[in-house]
Design a protein around this ligand. Structure first.
Ligand SMILES: NC(=O)c1ccc[n+]([C@@H]2O[C@H](COP(=O)([O-])OP(=O)(O)OC[C@H]3O[C@@H](n4cnc5c(N)ncnc54)[C@H](OP(=O)(O)O)[C@@H]3O)[C@@H](O)[C@H]2O)c1
Length: 252
């Protein structure tokens, strides 16, 4: 394996893809060899582009199918696109192993966002209810965000592990009470001025715990993105979650 990881970016003219291309041009040990968008016939170009890893950063809902196509082209994958479920990640894992390839599905590259999810999951067993408010720029194509769904899922899982029932939100029948995921109402704000923000509010009688994370620009994705590309370049099977790549980087 060469020391330099050669990378192709799918969705290169989008916000995340453009940031990744800029980062790759400056990152030691990583090299941008192809940058494709919706106008490019990337499925035909992928098998002979010389990349080891493809970063998939297109549109919510396309990540699973694109990742399969990239694996079929012989590339390992980092799937950044929102909306790839845990079940779809498992399908990709089996598919990659059958091909002798691998990669990682990373719903969020931010270290702070991952830590917020961990802390919220830990707190979930000690409170009587919890709600999530996620706020993003107005051009985001999905709501609730994949990150907020994952936060609610992890909180619910932690309660299940502790032998507790899911939270019972008050008055879930009203339209304005958010989308309820595993007993956690998730509320989405979309406005110019936001970048990516998440607050988890946990309540018990007489006290509230607020956990908040604010991202002001794509620079927050860089360490997780670099670690994911390096991890994917040698991966066998498709892992899920930034923690896998970060733990791998800390051992290197
Ligand atoms: N994992 C993370 O940490 C993270 C961080 C930020 C964003 N995201 C997710 O990553 C995705 C991209 O985000 P973004 O903000 O960069 O979105 P964006 O600015 O809308 O960019 C998406 C790009 O993908 C292109 N595209 C759409 N369909 C395509 C196809 N079939 N083949 C190739 N390119 C295609 C679009 O081209 P056209 O405009 O020509 O259609 C556009 O340039 C979203 O799902 C977002 O939620 C994940």
């Amino acid at each position: 394996m060469s020391a330099v990881v050669r990378v192709a970016v799918v969705g290169a003219r989008g916000r995340l893809g453009a940031f990744a291309c800029e980062m790759l041009r400056a990152a030691p040990g990583l090299e941008l060899v192809a940058a494709w968008d919706s106008r490019d016939d990337w499925r035909s170009l992928a098998p002979r582009c010389g990349a080891q890893v493809a970063l998939e950063a297109t549109r919510a809902g396309l990540g699973f199918e694109h990742a399969r196509a990239l694996l079929d082209s012989g590339l390992r994958v980092v799937v950044a696109t929102s909306g790839v479920s845990a079940e779809e990640s498992e399908v990709l894992d089996r598919h990659a192993r059958a091909l002798g390839l691998g990669g990682i599905v990373v719903p969020n590259f931010s270290v702070g966002s991952w830590l917020l999810q961990r802390f919220a999951a830990e707190a979930a067993r000690w409170f009587e209810g919890a709600e999530v408010v996620e706020s993003h720029h107005a051009r985001k194509h999905d709501a609730p965000s994949g990150t907020a769904l994952e936060t609610a899922r992890r909180m619910n899982l932690e309660r299940e592990r502790a032998g507790l029932a899911p939270f019972q939100p008050a008055t879930p029948e009203y339209d304005a009470r958010g989308q309820v995921i595993g007993g956690v109402p998730v509320h989405s704000l979309r406005l110019p001025g936001f970048y990516a923000h998440q607050e988890v509010v946990l309540g018990a009688h007489g006290e509230l715990l607020r956990l908040a994370h604010d991202m002001h620009g794509p620079a927050a994705f860089a360490p997780g993105l670099r670690a994911s590309l390096r991890y994917a370049s040698e991966a066998c099977g498709v892992a899920r979650g930034i923690e896998v790549a970060l733990e791998n980087a800390s051992r290197a």
